[in-house]
Design a protein around this ligand. Structure first.
Ligand code: PA5
Length: 443
């Protein structure tokens, strides 16, 4: 089996190997906290062994539900935000044809809602769904998050208006807590098909639960292969035979301690854009607390070399890069020869487009190292469900180890509540009367 590789020699002009090795004991302690469940946030470690605990029967059941939605819908809207959105979006975008949205297909289109409070977005989505056979997967672990609740209320009303309550309820699947939350109550009352998000799996670690798996299966991708990739990475990481997650965690923390406060995830394959968004949430929510944490940013090159490239090359030297590199594209396309050669491109005629992309990647890495931007490389053999499964688990476990090296609880997100409290106060939510008075006095 080919595996993800982590290559960290691109940091050695900035820090030395001894600085990385010095963190080994802390990294090992972090990994054993994850395995033994004796670190901060240990009630949220359900994801650690999830890939081996996910049995084929659950995956088959998810595939059966997906098949039902696929048979009955032209469009399926996955409603959720944060961890209840980004994992599915990342995997679907990575595996989809880049122009699938514009091409006719027998597979239902998977669209997303509840990841914003955009009035135009929701109104345009509602217009788009008019007259189409659509279904809804509503995902909220807490079952109380405002953004998906608004989207669900709107789209559920539309579905009920079109089909009547009984038929509409057959096209709705809810993924939520086993017992708690408004969505659980509603799902039980209406008799929706449901899946449970385990108490001990936090939102941003939930892509390999039904939260991610059902939308991914509806989009037509192989969830057995996804989980298999994660399972093999899990086994090799937890038994110590694969050190890639450890190397990544140690290296980024050594850089952080050396003053590199910002990590930029760099991709050269545009299909990985949302892997970057998922990764930002995973690391940002896990590490950004107690006045600490690497700020996670992401760019898509070479596109962003023409926008952010200047800053990265010559701006403040507080950054490092993690380059997510894909060894082999799926398709082969060569640059044609042109007799007139007015564009001067004949020197690369006959080369694969990917070879040019790879030279851009290598040239940029060298330029950035010369410019004081160390880089770590994470190489995946190709973009497939299996390797994305490996990559997801790799980033999750490295995040847990990293958070423990940083000495934070990687599994809570207390800071997310601050905006909600103010928003509820401003909206005069019952129960927030004092907060409403206090915030209005500040305006
Ligand atoms: O990682 C997290 O816990 C959060 O980002 C949540 O995923 C996000 O806030 C959505 O929460 P919920 O699934 O409860 O609606």
């Amino acid at each position: 089996m080919e595996k993800i590789q982590v290559i960290n020699n691109g940091v050695l002009g900035s820090i030395n190997q001894a600085a990385i090795d010095a963190l080994t004991a802390e990294g090992q302690a972090g990994l054993s906290k994850l395995i033994n469940g004796n670190g901060a946030g240990n009630d949220f470690l359900g994801w650690v062994k999830l890939p081996e605990e996910t049995d084929a029967a659950l995956l088959d059941d998810i595939n059966a539900t997906a098949a039902q939605l696929r048979d009955n819908c032209e469009v399926v809207v996955a409603i959720g935000i944060g961890g209840s959105y980004l994992g599915a979006k990342a995997v679907i975008e990575a595996l989809s044809n880049s122009f699938a949205a514009y091409a006719p297909s027998n597979t239902p289109k998977v669209l997303f809602a509840g990841q914003n409070i955009g009035e135009d977005y929701l109104a345009e989505l509602s217009d788009f769904l008019k007259g189409k056979k659509f279904g809804i997967i509503v995902i909220s672990k807490s079952g109380t998050t405002t953004e998906p609740a608004i989207a669900f209320r709107l789209l559920k009303d539309q579905l009920v208006a079109e089909l009547g309550r009984e038929e509409a309820n057959k096209r709705i699947v809810a993924i939520t807590d086993a017992k708690r939350g408004a969505l659980r109550t509603l799902a039980d009352t209406e008799g929706y098909k449901t899946y449970v998000i385990a108490d001990n799996v936090g939102g941003r670690f939930s892509v390999l639960t039904p939260v991610g798996l059902l939308p991914i299966a509806v989009a037509g991708f192989d969830i057995h292969a996804l989980v298999k990739g994660a399972r093999e990475m899990m086994t090799a990481t937890l038994d110590g035979s694969d050190k890639s997650a450890m190397t990544y965690a140690l290296t980024r923390n050594a850089l952080y301690r050396d003053g590199k406060k910002i990590e930029i995830l760099v991709k050269y394959n545009p299909k990985l854009h949302f892997v970057g968004e998922w990764w930002k949430q995973l690391y940002g929510e896990s590490e950004g607390k107690d006045g600490k944490g690497i700020f996670p940013a992401a760019v898509d090159n070479t596109t962003d070399l023409h926008s952010m490239g200047q800053w990265i090359q010559e701006g403040e030297r507080t950054i490092f890069e993690t380059v997510l590199s894909v060894a082999n594209p799926d398709r082969e396309l060569r640059i044609p020869t042109d007799e007139a050669n007015l564009d001067g491109l004949n020197y690369i005629a006959g080369k694969r487009v990917d070879e040019v992309n790879k030279m851009a990647e290598l040239g940029t890495r060298i330029a950035h190292m010369d410019g004081g931007v160390p880089n770590i490389r994470v190489v995946i053999p190709s973009i497939s469900a299996y390797y994305l499964g490996q990559l997801i688990y790799f980033f999750e476990v490295a995040c847990g180890i990293s958070g423990y090296i940083l000495d934070v609880n990687p599994f809570n997100q207390p800071g997310v509540e601050a905006y909600k409290k103010n928003m509820f106060a401003l909206l005069e939510k019952p129960g927030y009367e004092d907060a409403t008075a206090a915030i209005k006095a500040r305006l």
